[in-house]
Design a binder for this molecule. Structure first.
Ligand SMILES: Cc1cc2nc3c(=O)[nH]c(=O)nc-3n(C[C@H](O)[C@H](O)[C@H](O)COP(=O)(O)O)c2cc1C
Length: 217
């Protein structure tokens, strides 16, 4: 008799599975709302692990949450260094400081790159929607020459035919270089500098359930 998996539960959660709101989400939403006047409040630092096991860190822009999940969305160029790093080791930590409300969130978890080769239709759609939502200026960077390659002096000429002035990419269809990057936090360390003493909370996901602990700052 053929083995059927029809009625058996999925072996592990899928990225697009509906998730209850994680307990750190209201605090993060509040911080985003209260720091809204500062455009840089949507930037955070994302640390990954290099193949030689040393850290790599860079600034990225928060692009919201994947619908009905707690996965943070970012965009990334497939040709960037983080692509290989993530393939070799998906562990990462985001560090996000909100200057107006003086709150820090450290979100540790795993990264997943959604690329032109991703087969899941919901994830493909999320990647496409994000491509359509970003500005022409953001899109065009994915048509620029290879990141981190030595700069070709000829590319610096400021006429419209040079390598850094390609025609605007199609706004409907993402370029192959465009990736949706997802951070799936498994623990969050929250610190609020307001108050005396300060407030620090640890959120940890154990067996798909979030636990919250108040700790000393
Ligand atoms: C304010 C700011 C926002 C940035 N946003 C992004 C972003 O959303 N995604 C991204 O991949 N790189 C972004 N970058 C560029 C990265 O910091 C980094 O230079 C680039 O991703 C290459 O890093 P990597 O080779 O380690 O992957 C941003 C840089 C700055 C200064």
């Amino acid at each position: 008799m053929p083995v059927t998996r029809q009625n058996s539960p999925a072996p592990y959660p899928q990225l697009t599975d509906l998730e209850p709101l994680a307990p750190w989400r209201p605090a993060l939403s509040r911080a985003l709302h209260r720091n809204h006047s500062q455009p840089f409040a949507r930037y955070f630092q994302l640390a990954t692990v290099k193949p030689d096991r040393t850290p790599a860190n860079r600034t990225v822009v928060f692009r919201g949450f994947l619908a009905n999940t707690n996965h943070l969305m970012m965009i990334s160029d497939r040709r960037s260094q983080k692509t290989d790093q993530i393939h070799q080791n998906p562990n990462a930590e985001a560090c996000w400081y909100f200057t107006k409300t003086r709150e820090q969130f450290r979100l540790a978890g795993a990264l997943t790159l959604i690329t032109a080769d991703t087969t899941d239709s919901d994830l493909r759609q999320a990647r496409q929607q994000l491509w359509q939502s970003i500005s022409d200026n953001a899109r065009i960077q994915f048509a620029w020459p290879q990141p981190k390659a030595p700069r070709n002096q000829d590319d610096d000429e400021s006429d419209n035919t040079d390598a850094f002035n390609p025609p605007p990419p199609n706004e409907k269809t993402p370029l192959d270089t465009f990736c949706l990057l997802l951070l799936t936090p498994h623990s969050v360390d929250y610190l609020s500098l307001r108050g005396d003493p300060q407030t620090r909370k640890l959120y940890r996901q154990v067996n798909q359930t979030w636990q919250t602990t108040s700790v000393n700052p």
